[in-house]
Design a protein around this ligand. Structure first.
Ligand SMILES: NC(=O)c1ccc[n+]([C@@H]2O[C@H](COP(=O)([O-])OP(=O)(O)OC[C@H]3O[C@@H](n4cnc5c(N)ncnc54)[C@H](OP(=O)(O)O)[C@@H]3O)[C@@H](O)[C@H]2O)c1
Length: 297
């Protein structure tokens, strides 16, 4: 496909909050768009904007060479698509439903057995961001299929191909969500601490917490091992382990004193404590990644 080709027809199956945003982005970019949803009424506004409502799931699947699915979960996907799997033959199935790498791999095999090309995806955006430059969507699976439909997929957000193994997009998606929820947990703890003193939490969040979290991302390279070791990074760090030990202990002590639950924080800090004590001399933040990994059983 090149930029002069007419927009490829696309079918969107699943018109929840996210599926509707996906279909609207395709429509806005001029793609002939067919839509299907269990609750048919959710297609009304899209149909008013030019989408075609498929009366049946078979009609939906066979309407377009590119079939995008965005449903609650993988069991729902199979509930809907298993009965019409053979109709997928010769089409590209792009599954943007959140799931695990195992589910992605199983569904890739299922699709291949039915003669369909398969891409698994992870949407790193909320519905209002779809179609905007700050949205990005991860894809894994067939590279030729990604290349063929990249232009259409870019309508949803920047399309980022992460590898041929079907489970990779899901793995990266869940990893990024894990980082986000970890950050939310830390931020919630910070708000709880400050909230013990009748502070203006909205002001604290906008004027201090937000900028602080943004600034803290400069430390990310310290979490990544270079050439199998973090010693160099630790040695060059302006935040030596002994200093961090004191700060972390103070967070825990202050949490107790302010009557804020420290269980979450303590749990997050277990691996950090393991590497900042005296026996861990010369180790750095990047060693925390290895400490979090479970040994192979
Ligand atoms: N919303 C977000 O911020 C966001 C962000 C990133 C990724 N995602 C992912 O996008 C996917 C969809 O999320 P969403 O926000 O669109 O969720 P949602 O608004 O709850 O929509 C769920 C969709 O699944 C359908 N569904 C649920 N159970 C069904 C069943 N038993 N049979 C048939 N259809 C069924 C719903 O159909 P009905 O309309 O008939 O109920 C609807 O189309 C999820 O995997 C989610 O993780 C969402």
């Amino acid at each position: 496909m090149n930029e002069h080709d007419p927009p490829v027809p696309v079918t969107v199956i699943g018109l929840g909050a996210m599926g509707k945003a996906l279909a609207a982005a395709f429509l806005a970019a001029g793609h002939p768009t067919t839509v299907w949803n269990r609750s048919a009424g959710k297609a009304d506004s899209l149909v008013a904007d030019g989408a075609t409502r498929a009366a049946t799931i078979t009609e939906a699947v066979t309407a377009s060479p590119l079939v995008v699915v965005c449903l609650l979960d993988y069991p729902v996907l199979h509930e809907i698509l298993d009965p019409v799997g053979d109709a997928l033959a010769g089409r590209a199935l792009v599954n943007l439903t959140n799931g695990t790498p195992d589910q992605a791999r199983e569904t890739a095999t299922w699709a291949t057995e039915r003669g369909a090309d398969y891409l698994d995806g992870g949407i790193m955006a909320v519905p209002p961001m779809i179609g905007q430059p700050e949205a990005f969507v991860l894809y894994s699976g067939s590279r030729p299929v990604f290349d063929q439909y990249e232009q259409a997929l870019n309508r949803l957000g920047i399309a980022k191909y992460v590898g041929a193994a079907a489970g990779l997009a899901s793995l990266y998606d869940l990893a990024l969500l894990s980082a986000m929820y970890g950050q939310f947990a830390g931020a919630s703890h910070a708000l709880a601490l400050v909230g013990t003193e009748k502070a203006d939490l909205a002001d604290f969040a906008s004027s201090l917490l937000g900028p602080w979290l943004t600034a803290a991302t400069v430390a990310l390279p310290l979490l990544v091992q270079q050439n199998g070791t973090s010693t160099q990074a630790a040695a060059e760090s302006d935040s030596p382990p002994d200093m961090q030990t004191v700060a972390i202990a103070n967070i825990v002590t202050a949490s107790n004193a302010q009557n804020v639950d420290r269980a979450l924080l303590s749990h997050l800090l277990i691996p950090l404590r393991d590497l900042i004590g005296p026996p861990a001399h010369g180790r750095g933040l990047a060693d925390m990644v290895d400490l979090i990994k479970k040994p192979v059983e």
